[in-house]
Design a protein around this ligand. Structure first.
Ligand code: RRO
Length: 308
């Protein structure tokens, strides 16, 4: 089965890859992704300075998903810029994920990281876990201002990673922002921010930062992810490449993302829980899923969801 895909002119050997944040912080983890069957190497979202992140425990898996409040632990953009040339040797696209603690950080990082020539850059507008810093993607004006500042500094395909939206008016509003800003691809969705998981046995929260509030991932967020993929796919009439992220645990989950309009999918919680072997399993399962239904390739079924 042909699982290769092309996004914004960049060819990926497989449509299945890691989500930013999952096993992609250190040089060892990134090298592990390079050696794995992941269709790309996506870096952890990087900030100007290296960060330890929030206090532990800050990640907790549960039946049906996970909650995290990592707080952007990363090596800082200078370290990732130095790692990029070696990581490109693995013969798969390198996606640099750019974050920031304030608006000025984004252009500062974008300029230097673009110079290190990653294959694509993903601008993270949706980290839910920095105390006192709201998700930029929930502020349309701030999003537009920020994207317009980084766009001219980036010469490789540039995408934005958005938080989930829960109302068609918000899909329309952000769709119009993105259409005005020269965005080359979308990554939908980041974790569902500020959920709260409770352990009733000891009557406590399960992660330390922010009183237990954190971003939800995994199976429980799949319908929200699919809805966002579908809504933006339709808004852009199938002409905006979309990476679908959220709830990909089995091959059939990836298939559902493709049907909704994703060109590729990213794996977060399942990768953390299973390790990089997850990609071989998902490949097999997705290939079987496509074959059973008579599709010749992953690209074949993109957007083909039927409505009643
Ligand atoms: O590091 C995090 O806490 C984090 C980030 Br930057 C993000 O974009 N999404 C998430 O669930 N966690």
């Amino acid at each position: 089965m042909d699982l290769t895909v092309t996004i914004a002119g960049v060819k990926f050997p497989s449509c299945l890859m890691n989500a930013s944040g999952a096993l992609c912080v250190t040089a060892e983890e990134l090298t592990g992704l390079g050696r794995s069957r992941s269709g790309a190497i996506v870096t952890k979202s990087m900030t100007v300075e290296p960060r330890e992140g929030n206090p532990e425990p800050r990640y907790h898996p549960f039946a049906g998903g996970s909650i995290n409040s990592m707080g952007l632990p990363n090596l800082g953009y200078r370290a990732y810029a130095e790692l990029i040339p070696a990581l490109k040797q693995f013969g798969k696209p390198l996606i640099a994920s750019v974050a920031g603690l304030c608006e000025d950080d984004f252009p500062a990082i974008a300029k230097v990281i673009n110079g290190a020539a990653p294959d694509l850059i993903e601008v993270n507008l949706s980290c839910p876990n920095i105390p006192g810093k709201p998700q930029i993607g929930y502020d349309a004006e701030a999003s537009e201002r920020l994207i317009k500042r980084v766009r001219p500094l980036i010469t490789v395909p540039m995408g934005v990673k958005l938080p989930p939206y829960f109302d068609p008016a918000h899909h329309e509003l952000m769709g119009s922002v993105i259409a005005r800003c020269g965005v080359d691809f979308l990554n939908l969705i980041n974790s569902v921010g500020n959920g709260l998981f409770v352990n009733p046995d000891n009557e406590t929260v399960v992660i330390k930062p922010k009183g237990g509030f954190g971003g939800l991932g995994g199976t429980i967020i799949k319908p929200v992810a699919l809805a966002n993929v579908r809504a933006f796919y339709k808004y852009f009439k199938g002409r905006m490449p979309i990476i679908g992220t959220g709830g990909v645990v089995q091959g059939v989950d990836a298939f559902e993302h493709l049907l909704c309009g994703a060109s590729a999918v990213q794996v977060g919680t399942a990768l953390v829980e299973e390790g990089v072997q997850v990609f071989a399993r998902l490949e097999k399962e997705l290939a079987a899923c496509l074959e059973q239904r008579g599709y010749k390739s992953a690209e074949d079924c993109r957007g083909k969801l039927k409505e009643l």
